[in-house]
Design a protein around this ligand. Structure first.
Ligand SMILES: *[C@@H]1O[C@H](CO)[C@@H](O)[C@H](O)[C@H]1NC(C)=O
Ligand SMILES: *[C@@H]1O[C@H](CO)[C@@H](O)[C@H](O)[C@H]1NC(C)=O
Ligand SMILES: *[C@@H]1O[C@H](CO)[C@@H](O)[C@H](O)[C@H]1NC(C)=O
Ligand SMILES: *[C@@H]1O[C@H](CO)[C@@H](O)[C@H](O)[C@H]1NC(C)=O
Ligand SMILES: *[C@@H]1O[C@H](CO)[C@@H](O)[C@H](O)[C@H]1NC(C)=O
Ligand SMILES: *[C@@H]1O[C@H](CO)[C@@H](O)[C@H](O)[C@H]1NC(C)=O
Ligand SMILES: *[C@@H]1O[C@H](CO)[C@@H](O)[C@H](O)[C@H]1NC(C)=O
Ligand SMILES: *[C@@H]1O[C@H](CO)[C@@H](O)[C@H](O)[C@H]1NC(C)=O
Ligand SMILES: *[C@@H]1O[C@H](CO)[C@@H](O)[C@H](O)[C@H]1NC(C)=O
Ligand SMILES: *[C@@H]1O[C@H](CO)[C@@H](O)[C@H](O)[C@H]1NC(C)=O
Length: 517
């Protein structure tokens, strides 16, 4: 009796903790899709979703904040603001070393040609702000090709600069209240279609040779070419971004991390005419010579569609090497491929340690595809003996509904892909006769449907594969995996708050949500 009337503090505390913990769990389980609450690792802090924020070193509030209007900008959708943006940023550059600066773009339609960013700088697009790419080719001047490509990607020689461009910068934030950067790319797609394009098209946003970059909370539309292109960069976070282009707009890739390291992309919605995210590292002999790999890349909570291309891809330009890429919690629909690795003879380089986990697909024709290119080389100087090395690709927890083909795995003769491991991959909707197509690959599969090809049932690979795949689960048991401990530590300083997570919560089954915060 006495025990009941005077429970010990320890007992009360225990009851309290149990109540709090169980409330929280019920709350999260009912409100969030299962995988959104995963992670947080073993820090014991909470069940927060893993976040990219640890990768971006927070910048203090900028000392000087001005509006594009202060420089005479006119947001009427007609007046050219090219000189205004350039003048504004030239002025703001002088604050780089004394507290940094922020340029606000208010509601309105701000037509501009290309302009360059500066260091310790924030470009902030207020609600309703739309930056519109100029329709005058002269406003997108020609710059040098990238050394790892040796030429423009589409045409020999130089290439058009991106609409928003950054070179050799640090501590740059491009953000806002879901303002829009619209490249008005139609003119460029037409030049491509009617074969009158003289120089390679420009990106919507290219950041080169830069460090500590945050791109968030914005909508990017109608890029002439690849939409967001970080190249030779480190510590780049791209978060809560919507990327839109007509589904037939040529080469309008969403995000292409290229020869860059520590890149984290999360909570993005992308629909476009080319790959949603493609990791790259230079082209044939130029990429081999430059030898700038892409490594430590995370792509997480990505959703979208691209009817003729792939959800997530590696390559085809990968000549500087690509390693340690994690892509997880993806939702891809109505696309030609889900996961694609593209390379070829002449590329050289490597693709190593790629982990792709927890993907849902609907109406994706070829959910998993490794393919060779189609004689796509920069010039005649490519080396047919330069073959890529592909090793350690881990694909797990995939469900694909209404797909039309079993995995299509085409390695390269004389350079077979090794250590291709798959576990819990279920591809539904295939014709009963659909079979895996495997050439020059070896690896191991466990719990896959339909049953895999003999090359993918190699007993030599089995323990190695299972050892790696064993760490990848999709429910809370993942918390004890080595991988999420690493992630948990890397991403430990998550700044996400419950409102933010709640806003990310989809209201219909298309996970993750189309919206952003
Ligand atoms: C940017 O700011 C940092 C301090 O936060 C300073 O060390 C650095 O020199 C600045 N960079 C430029 C280019 O002014
Ligand atoms: C922007 O930077 C590029 C080099 O990255 C340079 O060629 C170009 O002239 C710069 N544009 C302006 C307007 O300063
Ligand atoms: C993102 O945009 C929303 C409104 O669209 C705003 O409430 C939120 O503060 C923004 N977040 C950041 C980090 O700017
Ligand atoms: C090609 O498209 C561009 C951009 O729309 C247009 O200006 C040009 O007249 C077209 N050229 C031909 C030959 O159709
Ligand atoms: C792989 O990348 C992750 C995430 O960027 C990073 O935390 C980890 O340290 C990297 N692992 C290696 C072996 O470099
Ligand atoms: C791939 O991961 C293994 C450990 O799993 C590591 O030994 C190796 O160095 C990694 N390779 C690259 C290129 O990161
Ligand atoms: C297999 O993967 C699917 C999709 O991620 C997941 O829902 C399911 O729980 C996984 N099954 C096992 C046994 O891990
Ligand atoms: C798959 O196809 C069937 C038959 O056409 C259709 O009823 C079903 O809604 C489709 N499911 C998805 C997820 O597309
Ligand atoms: C792998 O080992 C199992 C039993 O350990 C055996 O039944 C199977 O035939 C072996 N497969 C190959 C491809 O050697
Ligand atoms: C941001 O704008 C895009 C394009 O208008 C829209 O699709 C998306 O839902 C918006 N996101 C939020 C959080 O409002």
């Amino acid at each position: 009796m006495g025990g009941f009337t005077r429970p010990s503090w320890a007992f009360l505390l225990l009851v309290f903790i149990v109540l709090v913990v169980s409330c929280f769990q019920i709350g999260t389980k009912t409100v969030f899709p299962r995988w959104v609450v995963l992670g947080g690792g073993e820090t014991g802090i909470s069940e927060e979703a893993p976040s990219c924020f640890g990768l971006f070193r927070e910048v203090p509030p900028r000392k000087v904040v001005m509006s594009i209007r202060d420089f005479g900008g006119v947001g009427d959708g007609v007046t050219s603001n090219t000189e205004t943006f350039r003048r504004a940023i030239r002025y703001m550059q002088s604050f780089g070393n004394i507290g940094g600066s922020q340029l606000n773009v208010p509601r309105g339609r701000w037509v501009t040609g290309s302009f360059n960013l500066t260091s310790n700088f924030t470009l902030f697009l207020e609600e309703g702000a739309v930056i519109l790419g100029s329709q005058d080719l002269e406003d997108w001047p020609i710059i040098e090709p990238l050394p790892s490509y040796g030429r423009g990607r589409e045409r020999l020689g130089g290439r058009h600069i991106s609409l928003i461009h950054g070179d050799a910068l640090a501590n740059v934030v491009i953000t806002g209240q879901n303002g829009t950067i619209d490249g008005q790319g139609k003119m460029w797609w037409e030049l491509w279609w009617n074969r009158t394009l003289e120089h390679t098209r420009g990106h919507l946003l290219e950041i080169k040779n830069s460090h500590n970059i945050l791109i968030s909370n914005l909508t990017f539309m109608n890029s002439p070419f690849w939409t967001i292109h970080p190249v030779y960069c480190s510590n780049v976070v791209i978060k809560d971004v919507t990327i839109l282009a007509p589904l037939n707009a040529p080469n309008t890739d969403g995000i292409d991390p290229d020869s860059s390291t520590n890149v984290c992309i999360e909570d993005c919605y992308i629909e476009s005419g080319d790959d949603l995210v493609a990791v790259k590292s230079g082209w044939d002999q130029y990429g081999i010579a430059m030898a700038r790999p892409s490594s430590n890349i995370i792509v997480r909570r990505l959703s979208g569609t691209t009817p003729t291309c792939s959800g997530v891809g590696i390559g085809s330009e990968m000549s500087g090497g690509i390693s340690n890429v994690t892509m997880e919690d993806l939702h891809i629909w109505d696309s030609a491929a889900g996961v694609r690795i593209k390379t070829d003879k002449g590329r050289g380089g490597y693709v190593v340690n790629i982990t792709i986990n927890n993907i849902r697909m609907e109406r994706v024709k070829v959910p998993i595809r490794f393919s060779r290119g189609s004689n796509d080389h920069p010039d005649d100087g490519w080396d047919p003996k330069a073959v890529p090395k592909i090793k350690g690709i881990f694909i797990s927890n995939v469900v694909s509904l209404n797909s039309t083909k079993a995995p299509l795995l085409e390695g390269i003769e004389g350079a077979p892909y090794e250590g291709i491991c798959m576990k819990n991959v279920t591809l539904l909707g295939l014709a009963p006769a659909a079979k895996w197509h495997c050439e020059f690959v070896s690896g191991f599969t466990d719990a896959v449907f339909p049953v895999s090809c003999p090359q993918m049932q190699s007993n030599v690979s089995s323990s190695w594969c299972l050892d790696h795949l064993g760490n990848l689960q999709i429910d809370s048991s993942r918390k004890s995996s080595r991988k999420s401990v690493t992630l948990g530590m890397a991403m430990g300083q998550s700044q996400q708050n419950p409102e933010l997570i709640r806003e990310l919560t989809p209201t219909h089954p298309n996970l993750p949500t189309k919206g952003m915060v």
